[in-house]
Design a protein around this ligand. Sequence first.
Ligand code: RIB
Ligand code: CA
Length: 315
Amino acid sequence: MTGQAERRLVVIDCDPGIDDALAILYLAADPGVELVAIGTVDGNVEPELGAENALRALEMADLRSVPVAVGARSPLLQPSRHAEYFHGQDGLGDSALPPPGRSPSTESAVEQLVRLARLHPGALSLLAIGPLTNVALALSLEPDLPELLREVVIMGGAVFGPGNESPWAEFNIAHDPEAAEIVLRARWRHSVLVGLDATRQAILDLEGESKLAEAGSAQARFALAMLNQQMRANSQFELCDPLAAGILADPSLATYRPMPVSVELEGRHTRGATIADRRVTLAEVVETRPQVQVAMQVDSRRFLGTFRRRLGAPE
Ligand code: RIB
Ligand code: CA
């Protein structure tokens, strides 16, 4: 049994977003995880709506005292482009779920992250599943953040395969490439990049949807309501953020390749691309830029079974 003291302390920085909300439910149901706080960032939707959706997910998980703080309302440099075309006008698949009973805290997500990192030195894990604007701003507010946090697990990028926002760039990185470059060059104690190379192995298909429907749990019904629009349109849903959450909670779900990863900022066609230096056998490569653990092979069957179980369905 996991005692209170051994539970992993986790802050989520997100842009809910259907899969962000699913990631919140996933971690909320993990007995080895204590959700300390949530911050929202401009991405899929603007951060105020993201905060409302995070509060909806927390209420669904019966977590009514976990604070939600609103963060950056735009990327560091480029204009914002939201993703209602995918996540719906309400950010949750136009599921029209009831409004939350709580409001976001008055603290900003950036101040919240820095305060909690200082409060729990070396013990706090950060799950970053939206654009990295808040994390970049937190680094400028607290330059010792990489030492203060236990680890950072990032959903973002595409190292070996194509992007989704463009042929080269994944959405979270493409939304704020400058922020992503600042975050990926920082010397974290431990950093994991869960990119599309991994999340393309975490697909909810129609069979998985029907298994969720058999669960009958409130969480499964909430998930199905959010997923419905996309499942009817595409017959599948890539569980990007839930996989990053799963990997934070259980790193054995994937294999990793340590590599320095840079973000292209200048390319006319490639801006936002994540470029890994695979020459890591060269000592000077590692000296000039820290390595990130890039998630490679995923135990898809085990992840998808755990995902369903966390939502109250049979494996
Ligand atoms: O590319 C997928 C990522 O972009 C996910 O985090 C999704 O929520 C969107 O933010
Ligand atoms: Ca997200």
